[in-house]
Write a protein that binds this ligand. Sequence first.
Ligand code: ATP
Length: 360
Amino acid sequence: MAEVILRDLVKTYPGGTSRATDEVSLEIGDGEFMVLLGPSGCGKTTLLRMIAGLEMPDAGQVVIGDRDVTYAEPRNRNLSMVFQSYAVFPNKAVRDNIGFGLRMHGVHADEVARKVDWAADLLQLTPQLDRYPAKLSGGQRQRVAVARAIVMDADVLLMDEPLSNLDALLRLSFRAELKKLVEELGTTTVYVTHDQVEALSLGDRVAVMHEGQIIQCGPPTDVYDQPATEFVGGFLGSPPMNFLTGVVVDTDDGPRLDLGGQSLPVPAALSPHTGKPLKLGVRPEAIEVAHDGASVTGELQVLEPLGSSALLTTEVCGQTVKVSAPPAFRADPGGSLNLRLPDDACRWYDPETSLLLEVR
Ligand code: ATP
């Protein structure tokens, strides 16, 4: 095991108009599970490939353990990798697929057999050891790829969208298995995904990337609860965070966000924004449909029963607000709903910079 330190990594591909990674720095602790999360093209695979040594940075440094490996060959970095296309060898039985890397490293046959049995047991592949990949399900094939990676005793495990070829149900069960496995192994892991649920469920920390930069890095609950920018609030969560834009006005009751016909209280700390636009961010599940003590009135436009909740699309002063209500909630579209936005669930953003504002 080892820590991984990335310092100011810059990468521009030939012919690329912008940097694929733009001075990215990140410290991944020994044994930590770090998820790189972001939309397609944000640079997460490029970052992973620079850790792996499959891509050379234009500038910056990659340190694994106490070694600067920025320009080292992949085989000299003591890493294991699992990719989206799980590339198992079709003409080798599961046993030989899992042991392949060990044999290439000249490990003694007894030791290869011991490790293959160990990994097969951990990944519930023992009954399939003598089968060929064509006879396996997608989930089993992906487990073979993971088993092949973990037998290598690498310092660092790199995974690039390893679950994305699995169907929704398999993804869910394999996600939990993977989390348990990596916890047991305690190997430093860097995991790339564009799936925010996967990121929140797996990571000790999540680094949210956008346009070649890490926008925010922290434990999943922190990143979800206190998105550092509007982008993070809008990327994490399904449905994402609501944003309501208004202008701060001074009233006898203190500063308020004027939405044009309705207003909401603004924390006193933000009174210097009086006369300026401000954005309120609030998660759909934090909004309550209230009988009294409502913050604003919304017009219900659509009610979608989703099984475990009812998703309401409402309009407040011409702006869309999504509300996650209890599953049994019923109301007729076109009617008015009293919406309560608890103070402690409200986040405030500067519309010019998109940055979260400190209110304490
Ligand atoms: P995805 O989830 O779609 O794989 P990503 O976040 O992993 O996206 P990267 O694959 O790292 O993003 O790509 C970052 C940027 O670099 C994108 O603009 C992409 O088009 C560009 N890029 C990636 N690989 C190459 C390449 N081999 N040659 C040229 N441009 C590339």
